[in-house]
Design a protein around this ligand. Sequence first.
Ligand code: PLP
Length: 416
Amino acid sequence: MTTRTDCLERDAQDPLAVLRDEFDLPAGVIYLDGNSLGARPKAALARAQQVMAQEWGHDLIRSWNSAGWFEMPKRLGNLLAPLIGAADGEVVVTDTTSVNLFKALAAALTMQATDPKRTGRRVIVTERSNFPTDIYMAQGLTSWLDRGYSLRLIDSPDQLRSVVDGETAVVMLTHVNYRSGYQYDMQATSALAHAAGALMVWDLAHSAGAVPVALNADGADLAVGCTYKYLNGGPGAPAFIWVPKRHQESFRQPLSGWWGHAAPFAMVPDFKPADGIARALCGTQPIVSLALVECGLDLHRKTDMAAIRTKSLALTDLFIELVEARCAAHPLGLVTPRDHAQRGSHVSFTHPHGYAVMQALIARGVIGDYREPAIMRFGFTPLYTSYADVWDAVEILRDILDRQDYNVDAKRDAVT
Ligand SMILES: *Cc1c(COP(=O)(O)O)cnc(C)c1O
């Protein structure tokens, strides 16, 4: 059985341990919710002050050029690209994940509809357990298009093979499921979609910065994702969209705002899409928030995804081992796959009073979150989570469960 001393020993040997000091984490908190809102890089405070005081306050409108505001979506996209196996000029940081998914899906449907060998495909395949906004955005798009498109929802990954067929235009999946932590095999799944003549759109919300992703090598077609989770970009920070070089020419998205125009300052009345990834942009970006994304990306440049993945698996393995050993008397059910290849960077356990137990954990400084139905979710961010954190969090969980120190009538917050 692993002891707390073993955990301290592992922290002493951990090559990523030094990076924890780059984050401002409050004392007395074990933060296991970086999969929902990443912690704040210390550098973000000074960067925010620079944008507010110097770039906005002093330089005013000149900053669109002098501070590189206008180029920021592309510049940050290039910094993010290596983390997801994308090339230079294939990613922009912009808008929200929901909005980018809308653009990606619309573009993918258009690519299919304009390909003489692929026309007539009217089905988008996704997963019932996908994060709801992904399903909602697809529903909004298809009902608004009103051209007979429909959604086909699978109930488990193994249904894909039988559901993806000659009617399928697009397979749209979240690479790491927000609730279960299940990770798809990107290469095999993309190949399955392609074999049926469908395009493969990935949502990397719980993957970017958490697990190695090789979009180009694994044959993905389009992808979107979040910067405020494992990339520590800040609350509501702009998301990203990836369009590989081979699809950029045929990528047409309906949110054809002036930032996606070939000549935004020509102010002509007709839309003409920019060459390259810029055509994925729409309009003016929230620069203060966008600027902070760089602080999170900078920290990723001090390590690499292989080191992050090694530690992520070690942390999640340790958490599963300790919960199952130390809380064995309690009705906890592991939802997350044990198989490393199928696991992201968070671990979910069910408990009949999951909501109340999570509230008790949070009251004692262990911040995870709760997702219906009955699921307690614990995110592990290798950049700032230590092995001792894992031990201490499980010890507090054990104590709460042993003493039934939770309120089953706890009132639910609007946002949890
Ligand atoms: C977090 C998350 C989102 C968030 O979308 P927003 O537009 O930023 O609200 C979308 N999809 C998935 C799968 C997520 O996990």
